[in-house]
Design a protein around this ligand. Sequence first.
Ligand SMILES: NC(=O)C1=CN([C@@H]2O[C@H](COP(=O)(O)OP(=O)(O)OC[C@H]3O[C@@H](n4cnc5c(N)ncnc54)[C@H](O)[C@@H]3O)[C@@H](O)[C@H]2O)C=CC1
Ligand SMILES: O=C(O)C(=O)Cc1ccc(O)cc1
Length: 368
Amino acid sequence: MNNRKVFVIGLGLIGGSIALAIKKEHKNCMIYGFDIKEDQLKMAKSLGVIDEFVDQVEKGVEDADLIILAAPVKKTEEVLINLASYNLKASAIITDVGSTKEKIVEKAQVLQGKGVTFIGGHPMAGSHKTGVEAAKAHLFENAFYILTPSEGTNMTKIIQLQNWLKGTKAKFIEMSPSQHDQIAGVISHFPHLIAASLVHQVAKIEKEQPLLSNFAAGGFRDITRIASASPVMWRDILIHNKEILLSLLSEWQKEMDYVKGLIEKAEDQSILQYFHSAKMFRDELPIKQKGAIPSFYDLYVDVPDHPGVISDVTGILSKENISITNIRILETREDIMGVLRLSFRSDQDRDRALTCLAENLYEAYISS
Ligand SMILES: NC(=O)C1=CN([C@@H]2O[C@H](COP(=O)(O)OP(=O)(O)OC[C@H]3O[C@@H](n4cnc5c(N)ncnc54)[C@H](O)[C@@H]3O)[C@@H](O)[C@H]2O)C=CC1
Ligand SMILES: O=C(O)C(=O)Cc1ccc(O)cc1
């Protein structure tokens, strides 16, 4: 698909990552971008995420073969309404990356009669980071990429879209918008709500216990990482997927009442069983593949608590040309071992790291 024109609307983490992945596979296409934030637009150009920017959506859509909508989902609805009043190439494919699908696919009906093809999309990977600075061509590698074509969508257009998005190295899967919203609601949207509520609980109690947040490490940080994501994006998602989330909240409240009952009665067998069955189910999840449960290819390394140990570990890996994408000290107490959590881009990198750290007498292990 040489010399073809792609137009990305919304140049944040996801729009930027998709643009990079497309360019990797279709080097001769021209990628244009638009964002309501001028700084994001200029940054996208200077980072080489897009080839050119436009100051109006109307200019960007001219002759575009592929248009990608990558703004927060309620904004995407507004953009769709605007697109309906512009001149679009009849053969154009329009897709979005929003975390909800029913409302967007419904709104895309405004494009009917323009000859263009709209195919809803959702790459099921990302992070709590925002903005084009965080964009990565490999963000969606091995992740599921859900497409929600309508019944009448031409098969050729679906294949063309997958071909455009080949550089994401994602796994495409088709489903209806409502099935998508049900699944995403359970495994992504609802957990986000719970993560934010756990943070609120700590914030509230901290008013009486000022030391509290100093102890909010380890598990609390892991379970609430996603609460650091974009509030605008998540507000829009919650509003779009309102019905499913309200129903999940009712189920959750029942579940909490059940747990409350177990604790009140100190039913030790039932409590044990509660954790045991959750552990069994969690341990069986396919966490090695990216999905809404992200896999960071983590490696845990026991390290003695002395100065220089981190640079020793990173030095060993750097000598072997193994890149670390993240590093965190999980536990350090005076005079005892601490634990380093190293994250890698792939499981091959992690396996190589495991081997060479073992050769240097570090105890390293993969935890599920
Ligand atoms: N963050 C994540 O991990 C994932 C997000 N998504 C979806 O991707 C979309 C984008 O999210 P992110 O890139 O993470 O957010 P982001 O905050 O990094 O980027 C969104 C960009 O859209 C721009 N924008 C807002 N309104 C606009 C408009 N009317 N016209 C043009 N640009 C506009 C913003 O200025 C911002 O630069 C959302 O719909 C979200 O639901 C999908 C998969 C993963
Ligand atoms: O940061 C994480 O772990 C995420 O789960 C990111 C994410 C956010 C929204 C989506 O629609 C899909 C993935």
